[in-house]
Every structure is written in structure tokens, then in C-alpha cells.
Design a protein around this ligand. Structure first.
Ligand code: B12
Length: 214
């Protein structure tokens, strides 16, 4: 089966919220030796964006979003262990990443974490709905080069500002770069809260993370 066919199947599985189809597609990607990153970038992610737009336009219900998200997560979980590091990737820096407190969206953050690993970063993924103090403690403990937070909701963005303040208060901010992402965030928001960097998607994150640790 060609890569194009599998990209189509990946899109359809997410749009239909069909977990079984997503699983079959992901297994096929592995057995055919196709690069899972292409399937994520060209199939799963655009389909999830379409679902998000449908939800915003009230064409798709919340349960519809949920099954789409489950199909996407299933496919990513199967493919993730088969995403190989770039042969040439030199060891880059260390990144602590997580979705901010109050926010359970983790699909995008997970893709970002995977891509950073592929390009040589050591990534500590704290998961989702992560309390601000847990980020601060982790920064204290492992002294990463970058701490990245994801926020998909306008109600949770404030946590990113709080993290800046708490890192500052703990005397940790000068030794760590901060990065934000997720649908609720923008470059303006990063500027406003004094965050070092905003990235739009996983590729942008890798490029900017490399810049940040230079
Ligand atoms: C899937 C989804 C869900 C799934 C989440 C499943 C999961 N495990 O993540 C479910 C169904 C559970 C869900 C629940 C809810 N959702 Co929802 N959800 C979405 C949806 C449709 C897609 C998000 C997604 O996965 N996109 C695909 C990924 C690949 O993209 P991404 O997350 O943006 O990530 C990319 C970039 O942003 C960036 N990035 C992401 N993180 C990071 C981090 C760093 C450090 C960097 C540098 C970059 C980066 O790189 C990623 C890869 O390219 C969005 C719509 C949207 N436009 O985003 C709504 C959306 C985020 N949800 C929304 C809402 C309101 C909710 C609920 C409150 C609904 C409810 N009434 O219960 C709950 C949230 C409960 C909570 N406390 O968190 C709203 C938020 C509105 C707002 N402005 O605040 C949105 C925008 C929908 C809408 N238009 O109203 N949701």
C-alpha cells in the first residue's frame, strides 16, 4: 500500500472516529516501513484540525471530537515506538514539557515531545493537567535547558504566566528557557508574559528549540 493511501486512511480514521481503522492503518504503516512522522503530519494532524473546525462550527459534537481524539491517540501510540531518531541527530539539550494545569488536551504536546526526541533532545514529559509547582520542582531537580508548556484553552493560559512568575521567584528563570504552544497561545501572548519562545507546530518547535539552546 502506498504512503498516499495510508495518509488517506489515517485522515479518514480520525474523521470517522474509527479506532479500529486507526489501529489497522498504524500497523500497516509499520509493516510497510513508512515513516510515521509523515502520517502524523500529513494525515492525522490535518484531520484533527478539520474535526476541531467542525466542532467550532457546531457541525461536530463533543463526543464526536472525543472518538476522533481516541482514534488519533491509538494510531500515535502504535507508531511512536517506531519513530527512529534522525541518524545524524547529535545530542541536543534537555526539555521538560507538559500540558498546563486544568487542561487535559495532550495530543499536540505528545507529538511535540516525540519530534523533539527524534531530533536528539532528552525529553521529560510530565503529562497533562500538570500543576505549576510540579513544573517548578522538575526544573529545580533536573535543570533542563528548556521548559515547554501546552495550553489549548483560554482558561488555562494564565498558568503559563504563573509559571514565568514562579520560576522567577524561585531564582530559576535565568537558567532555563521557556517555550509555549497549543491552540490558545500566540507569539503576542509569549511576549506579554515574558516567555522566550512560541512555536506553532512540532516542526517549528524543533527549529526554535535548537535556536534557543545555541
Ligand atoms: C481533541 C480535542 C479535545 C479532546 C482532547 C483529547 C486529548 N487527549 O487531547 C477532548 C474531547 C477530550 C476535549 C475536551 C475538551 N475540550 Co477540546 N478540543 C479538541 C480539539 C478539537 C483538537 C485539539 C487537538 O488535539 N488538535 C490536534 C493537535 C495536533 O494540535 P495542537 O494541540 O494544537 O498541537 C500542535 C500545536 O499547537 C503545537 N503545540 C501543542 N502543544 C505544544 C507545546 C509546546 C511547548 C509547543 C512549543 C508547541 C505545542 O504543536 C502541536 C503539533 O503540531 C480542539 C480544537 C482546536 N482548534 O484546537 C478543541 C478545543 C481545544 N477544546 C475546547 C474545549 C472547550 C474543551 C472542553 C472544555 C469541552 C467540554 N465542554 O468539556 C474539554 C476540556 C476539558 C479540560 N479540562 O481540558 C475548546 C477550547 C476553547 C477555548 N478557547 O478555551 C477548543 C478550542 C474547541 C473549540 N473551538 O471550542 N477536547
Amino acid at each position: 500500500m502506498s504512503k498516499e493511501d495510508l495518509i488517506k486512511q489515517a485522515k479518514q480514521a480520525v474523521l470517522d472516529g474509527d479506532e479500529e481503522a486507526a489501529e489497522a492503518m498504524a500497523k500497516k504503516v509499520i509493516s510497510e516501513g513508512i515513516n510515521p512522522v509523515d502520517i502524523i503530519n500529513e494525515g492525522l494532524t490535518p484531520a484533527m484540525t478539520e474535526v476541531g473546525d467542525g466542532f467550532a462550527n457546531e457541525e461536530i459534537s463533543l463526543p464526536g471530537v472525543l472518538v476522533a481524539a481516541e482514534a488519533m491517540t491509538t494510531a500515535i501510540e502504535i507508531m511512536e515506538p517506531h519513530i527512529s531518531s534522525e541518524e545524524t541527530a547529535e545530542k541536543q539539550g534537555t526539555v521538560v514539557i507538559g500540558t498546563i494545569e486544568g487542561d487535559i488536551h495532550d495530543i499536540g504536546k505528545r507529538i511535540v515531545a516525540t519530534m523533539l526526541r527524534v531530533y536528539g533532545f532528552e525529553v521529560h514529559d510530565l503529562g497533562r493537567d500538570v500543576p505549576i509547582d510540579v513544573f517548578v520542582e522538575k526544573v529545580k531537580e533536573i535543570k533542563p535547558d528548556i521548559v515547554g508548556t501546552s495550553s489549548l484553552m483560554t482558561t488555562t493560559m494564565a498558568g503559563q504566566k504563573m509559571l514565568e512568575e514562579k520560576l522567577q521567584a524561585a531564582g530559576l528563570r535565568k537558567n532555563v528557557k521557556t517555550m509555549i504552544g497549543g491552540a490558545a497561545t500566540t507569539q503576542e501572548w509569549a511576549n506579554k508574559i515574558g516567555c522566550d519562545c512560541y512555536a506553532e507546530d512540532a516542526n517549528d518547535t524543533v527549529l526554535k528549540a535548537k535556536e534557543l539552546i545555541k
